[in-house]
Write a protein that binds this ligand. Sequence first.
Ligand code: 13P
Length: 239
Amino acid sequence: MVAGNWKMNGNSSLVTEFENAFNEITFDFDVLICPPSPYLNLFKSDSLATGGQDVSEFDSGAHTGDISTSMLKEFGCKYVIVGHSERREDHGESNALVALKAKAAINAGLIPLICVGEPLDVRESDTVEAFISAQLDALKDNLSVAEFEQSVIAYEPIWAIGTGKTATPEQAQEVHQFIRGYFASIDSELAQGLRILYGGSVKPDNAQTLFAQPDVDGGLIGGASLKVDDFVSICQAAN
Ligand code: 13P
C-alpha cells in the first residue's frame, strides 16, 4: 500500500493533476490519497482510493469542526488516518482516543491507518520499543483480533516527519519487526497479514530500499505526495 497524506496542503488543481495521472496508470496494490476533506468529493479515478486525515469517535452531534465516519463514507472514502502525530501533538489526542477513533472507523466499514511513532528524545534515550508498546497497548485494550484485521499500522518516527531525515532502512525494519512481533503475541495469523507502512521523509530516491525491508509493507507519504511525479515514482518503487 502507498498512501499520500496531503495534510493541510493542496487545492482542486492538484486533485486534477492526480486524477489525470492515475487515469493513465494503475497499480496492483492499494494506492490512496488523504486530501483535506473539502477535496474528497473531487476524486473520481478508480485507480486512486481516498481516505480522511482524521475522524470523530462520535457518530454525529454537537462536535464543531469534526467529521464522522458516515460522512467520509458518503464521500467515497475507504480509509482514514487516525492518530497521526500532528493530531496527537496539535490536538492533544491520547492513545485511548486514537483507539476509539480506530474502532469507530472499523465499525463503519472504513480501514483505519493507525499511526504510531516516537519523538526524538525517545529515540535518543533508546526507549523506542517501550514507547511504541504503550501506543499499541491502548489499541489492544479496545480492538479485537477481527478489528485489527481491518486495520493498517503506520510507523512514523516523529523526528523523520517533514525533516528530510529518513529512518535508515535498518532502523525502520527494526521497529516494523518489533510491531509485527507485538501482534504475533496476540495472534500469529493477524501478524502475518498485517500491513505495516513506514512514514517519514519517504522520497523517490529512498522508497525502494525502505520498501525492500521484509516487514515494511508500503509507505505513508507526506511532502512527496504533493508532487504527482514523485508520488508516482514512489508507487513504482513499491511495485
Ligand atoms: P513527510 O513525508 O513529509 O515526512 O510526512 C510524513 C507523514 O507525516 C505522513 O503522514
